[in-house]
Design a protein around this ligand. Structure first.
Ligand code: 6PG
Length: 474
């Protein structure tokens, strides 16, 4: 009986395209779906692309896999993933691998990995980015799990991943939940990047007075420079699109309430737990949240604000470009800080430069910029922040006047720009000689005897605020 090198169960569009990608690369792939009609449709439509071994039952699916078995599950994150694991794990043997290619929370992946490890089964939580097209033509792949499982899976995954300069956009991220953690942060950065682009559009429209089609041209130009990226490219496409039904710009007929499936929120929740400041990602999540509160917005519509009008000068678009680039540096610096903190917390030993390398192609945040980040980590693998890398520090210095001007203009004319503003505040906080946190400490000590440390002596201190205000060592 012919055996498959790998199997995919869950044949919605991502699973189907991943299976096709494997088959197109010459890997015989077993395919299975809860409802067999999907399996049949896949083979009928795309059977000519390679070798598919369709299976109607879980038993037949598992039996068709060569050993050690490589089984990829592409189902909705959460309870469906646990259900599929419960269905397949009893059919597997020690040494077999279950790859979860969904957007699972890394804590769930850690739990599942630990439980399956006890049974000798490798559970490989794998971040896959690039949407439907990426899954078919080459995604960015972020596998976690054991190093041993990567030996068996890595060559296959690297084969189907996107390539940049011949380098596959796939590498072993680290043990247990490391792959899903990094995918989560990727999505957090994606949120931040999208929010900054949205703010740029809003300012070009309301401060510079440009029409959507004109803004599309601005983004097209930007896409030939240092901001070149998939997200900038598709922004130009969306802005240039006209609604067929009304003849209006497409962006004007779409309800302005952004949705989210949760990975950006997880990035922020996790950052809070790790104590990592990711204001850019948080503001991006909150901006979507604000947009969705229709009642709150309706109730507030008549609050006073400045007259909008066109406040931007002729060079305003260039200033926005600089603000966008600078804020983008901050967004990535914050995301990478979170990856480093997660890596330290969970003992993953994640190579940040390698993450930048595998994000250069295939994924939603793919960008020319990622090569700069790769180079920054190559120059100094243990740098605490990307902001101080020579290239980025120079770019921030060059951008800062424009950046401040854009944030000030937004505030003056009443266009919300939380992403730009928080990025600038982060930059100024990090470079500040002294922060008002000293006052915060004083207040905490005053009302709660929470103590403080001094700049000139070691130890913890408390001032007797309710008494004679002498200082005591605590
Ligand atoms: C990717 C995307 C993908 C998905 C997002 C959308 O890397 O391919 O990030 O995972 O499109 O999860 O997220 P929201 O629905 O939360 O915007």
């Amino acid at each position: 009986m012919e055996t498959a090198r790998i199997g995919v169960t869950g044949l919605a569009v991502m699973g189907r395209n991943l299976a096709r990608n494997l088959a197109r690369h010459g890997h015989p792939v077993a395919v299975h779906n809860r409802t067999a009609a999907r399996t049949k449709a896949l083979v009928e439509e795309f059977g000519g692309e390679g070798t598919f071994l369709p299976a109607e039952t879980a038993e037949r699916f598992v039996a068709s896999l060569e050993r050690p078995r490589r089984l990829v599950i592409m189902v909705k994150a959460g309870a469906p993933t646990d259900a599929v694991i419960d269905e397949f794990a009893p059919l597997l043997e020690p040494g077999d691998m279950i790859v979860d290619g969904g957007n699972a929370h890394f804590a769930d992946t850690r739990r599942r990995e630990a439980a399956l490890r006890e049974r000798g089964i490798h559970f490989v939580g794998t971040g896959i980015s690039g949407g439907e097209e990426g899954a078919l033509h080459g995604p960015s792949i972020m596998p976690g799990g054991s190093a041993e499982s990567y030996e068996a899976l890595g060559p296959l995954l690297e084969d189907i991943a996107a390539k940049v300069d011949g380098t596959p956009c796939c590498t072993h991220v680290g043990p247990d939940g490391a792959g899903h953690f990094v995918k989560m942060v990727h999505n957090g950065i994606e949120y931040s990047d999208m929010q900054l682009i949205a703010e740029s559009y809003d300012l070009l429209r309301h401060a510079a007075g440009l029409a959507p089609a004109e803004i599309a041209e601005v983004f097209r130009t930007w896409n030939t420079g240092r901001l070149e990226s998939y997200l900038i490219e598709i922004t130009a496409e969306v802005l240039a699109h006209t609604d067929a039904a009304t003849g209006k710009p497409f962006v004007d007929v779409v309800l302005d309430q952004a949705e989210q499936k949760g990975t950006g929120r997880w990035t922020v929740q996790t950052a809070l737990d790790l104590g990592v400041p990711v204001g850019g990602i948080a503001e991006a999540v909150f901006a979507r949240s604000v947009s969705g509160h229709a009642d709150l917005r309706e109730a507030s519509r008549n609050l006073p604000g400045p007259a909008r009008g066109t406040a931007g000068d002729a060079g305003f678009a260039d200033k926005v470009e600089k603000a966008l680039y600078a804020s983008k540096i901050v967004a990535y610096a914050q995301g990478f800080h979170e990856i480093q903190a997660g890596s330290a917390e969970y003992g993953w030993d994640i190579d940040s430069g390698a993450m930048a390398t595998i994000w250069r192609g295939g994924c939603i945040i793919r960008a020319r910029f990622l090569d700069r980040i790769r180079a920054a980590y190559e120059a100094d693998p243990s740098t605490p922040t990307l902001l101080t890398d020579d290239h980025f520090a120079e770019a921030l210095g060059d951008a800062q006047d424009a950046w401040r001007d854009v944030v000030a203009t937004a505030a003056r004319i009443g266009v919300p720009a939380p992403g730009f503003a928080t990025a600038l505040a982060y930059y100024d906080s990090l470079r500040a000689d002294r922060l008002p946190a000293a006052l915060t400490q004083g207040q905490r000590d005053f009302f709660g005897a929470h103590t403080y440390r001094r700049v000139d002596r070691d130890g913890s201190f408390h001032t007797l605020w309710g008494g004679d205000r002498t200082e005591v060592t605590s």
